[in-house]
Design a protein. Structure first.
Length: 419
């Protein structure tokens, strides 16, 4: 609750009038002071009355690619029995306030407002909560309250279609990749039985020991395994305009494009960052993780991997990422981490056979650490974004793609012949 300048003046006048009236025995001054104090007390009671409002918001859609249209529909309903006075309501859409007319809303009635959500920058746009301001008729006291939860709208990086997909070190005998998820006899892990599993895959010895059916999980070793390493260091993307590094935005688009192409072909793919994430990697799918690296501010296309998320009706209000491209919207450029440490982790874990490294102009001096991974990863491709000069030929013996943005990367990627 906040007293306005008018209310402060009236309060001061009430104190002076009451003091002078009692001190000098002027009943007229005492009456005026009491009237001023009573008006201020009535204003406090009027502003403190809390109307029962129910707020429902619907994002259409809640996940879009950068530059695609998104809208928010806000419905405010008067759930109380008493008629609500005219209220001043403002919804928050990112950094932009959106006025919401709540004028003489009768009990049981509602009002609906629809407005566009800015999607010009990749990131997470928080929408809400609704801020309702009440003031007394004399404008002496102002009280603001929040209604409803904040709902995130995920703006994912643009996805550029890629025709070529790395075939990796493992290939089928007829020269093509066979996307058979459980087709080989290579054991990977044990998991609980679910309806539809074949009984021949039940591991009876383990099932007898734990008291429930356990099933062998096999992997197809003929499938290539792709690892995408996104360089999210500040040093790798030194050129920033208004806090945004376009080279990093382009690298995010390339990461999302490679991962989407791999998912389309049913190929295993892992997304990593040079500066490691704080969230557990197993909690999300890799496609959404590619969308959450932001350039200088917290703040990308996921859901089912198509970039067309469903409708959000407010969710749980936590704003937690729910898919892979969402994660590229929550990770920011940071000064932590080095490419040498990331290369050491890749060498130790050996997560795949095809490594795709995406960095900026400031990361070219560290490509020697990536070149040292050629023994662990038979195929290594490096994408350098936003460099003023091309990378010297044969740098660290790697396949280096020098491009300006994500669209140019997609064009060059399809032209790479040596994986």
């Amino acid at each position: 609750m906040r007293i306005t300048a008018r209310g402060t003046g009236l309060l001061a006048a009430a104190v002076l009038l009451l003091g002078a009236g009692f001190r000098f025995a002027y009943p007229e001054l005492t009456v005026l002071g009491a009237a001023a104090g009573g008006a201020l007390a009535l204003a406090v009671v009027t502003a403190a009355w809390r109307p029962r409002l129910r707020v429902h918001r619907q994002a259409d859609p809640d996940r879009v690619a950068r530059g695609e249209p998104a809208a928010m529909t806000l419905t405010v309903r008067n759930a109380g029995r008493l008629p609500a006075a005219s209220l001043l309501a403002v919804d928050r859409c990112g950094e932009r306030p959106v006025p919401v007319p709540v004028l003489r809303l009768r009990p049981g009635a509602d009002t609906t407002v629809r407005y566009d959500v800015p999607t010009s920058r990749r990131g997470v746009v928080p929408v809400g909560p609704l801020r309702v301001t009440r003031r007394d008729p004399l404008g002496l006291v102002v009280l603001a309250r929040s209604y409803g939860d904040s709902v995130p709208v995920w703006v994912h990086p643009r996805i550029h279609p890629l025709s070529a997909v790395p075939t990796g070190a493992g290939r089928s005998l007829d020269g093509r990749v066979d996307a058979v998820p459980h087709g080989s006899i290579t054991f990977d892990s044990l998991r609980e039985y679910v309806v539809g599993d074949e009984l021949r895959r039940v591991h009876w010895r383990t099932s007898a020991r734990v008291g429930e059916l356990m099933v062998r999980e096999n992997v197809d070793t003929s499938l290539p395994r792709i690892v995408v390493l996104l360089d999210n260091r500040l040093a790798a993307h030194p050129d920033r305009v208004d806090g945004v590094a376009e080279s990093f935005e382009s690298a995010c688009e390339a990461a999302a494009s490679v991962i989407t192409a791999a998912v389309r072909e049913d190929l295993p793919v892992v997304l990593l960052f040079v500066a490691a994430e704080t969230a557990p990697a197993g909690a999300i799918r890799p496609v959404d993780r590619a969308a959450s690296a932001d350039s200088a501010r917290p703040g990308g296309h996921g859901g089912d991997g198509t970039g067309r998320g469903g409708v959000a009706s407010g969710g749980d209000g936590s704003g937690a990422p729910v898919g892979p491209l969402d994660r590229l919207a929550a990770v920011s450029l940071t000064g932590a981490g080095t490419l040498a440490d990331a290369a050491a982790r890749l060498r130790r874990d050996r997560l795949g056979d095809t490594l795709v490294v995406l960095t900026g102009p400031g990361g070219r001096d560290d490509l020697g650490h990536v070149g040292a991974l050629r023994g662990a990863y038979p195929s290594v491709v490096v994408g350098v974004f936003g460099a003023a000069e091309p990378t010297p030929p044969g740098a660290a013996g790697l396949v280096v793609v020098d491009v300006a943005d994500g669209a140019a990367f997609a064009a060059e990627w399809d032209g790479v012949r040596r994986w």
